[in-house]
Design a protein around this ligand. Sequence first.
Ligand code: FE2
Length: 308
Amino acid sequence: MTDEKSSIPPWAGRLPFEPDKKKPHKFRVEDCLTRLYGKNNHKVLTGTYLSTDKLSCSSFRILPGCYFEPYDIHGGDEIYYLAAGSGTVLNPLTGRTYRFEAGEFMWIPQGVWHQFYNFGNEEACIVTAFAPKMWSDMGTHVTFDEDPVIYNSKNIDWRKIPKETGYKDDGKAKTLGCFPANGPAARKSQDIFVTKPSQALNLVHGKENRMLVSFFVSNDFVHAGTMTLPAGFESDDETHKGDELIYVAQGSVSVIIKTKDFDPASVSVERYEVHQGQRFFIPENTKHSYVSFNRKNSRLVFFIAPEL
Ligand SMILES: [Fe+2]
């Protein structure tokens, strides 16, 4: 199903809602548009869950020894959360190669070429988000027409493997909205950024009930990270200016949507139970809170775009 003119599928920006009809929504693992991406024996199984005017979310899996082809590029920043396994990502334009492990995040800025390899022994499971969109107006068929920088192929001197990154810090502090790098400068650098849990912007959040919020990426397009909810936790109310998608990495969460006529004494609250592996969408400007009925801590991955 592609639009003849642009090759961008008609669901882009409106999955599963039109932009003016967004509402809270729970996605089960199977509630996605599946697709085989790539060619020959390098195909990977992808599933797309959400595509609004601000944020899109998918997942993909790559078996050990496999990689996706052709090289990929997007009309927005892409964030990978590695749910399982390990990953190696090549930028074919610069030859720079980045590795990450389960529990870590990778930020591929808008317009940066990339290709994912699984050199590990386990299947790699990737949860991805794109903001503001997956494809530029040029469509889905943009191809990488140069010779990729692969060492030991002709004309590439392996002694010149780049050690320096392309990103030049413009002096802005590594604070919220500018982490781990400044968005516009990162997009010009053809660089890719990996953040480990120990490197995240970690903060203890909440008035009476505290949770751990860890930002792994925070820029002008998207904020991504994890929320660790203690057992028996009930969060403060929150409302974001941007669209939010959560993915339950561990445990489960009860998301409560607090509409204007919300009555805490009533049993008819809009409450959604979201279990490990499932996703939940919270549209911009929707007041909500999180409750954990678990006996262990729960961990949620969040993506919010563009503003917190
Ligand atoms: Fe990609």
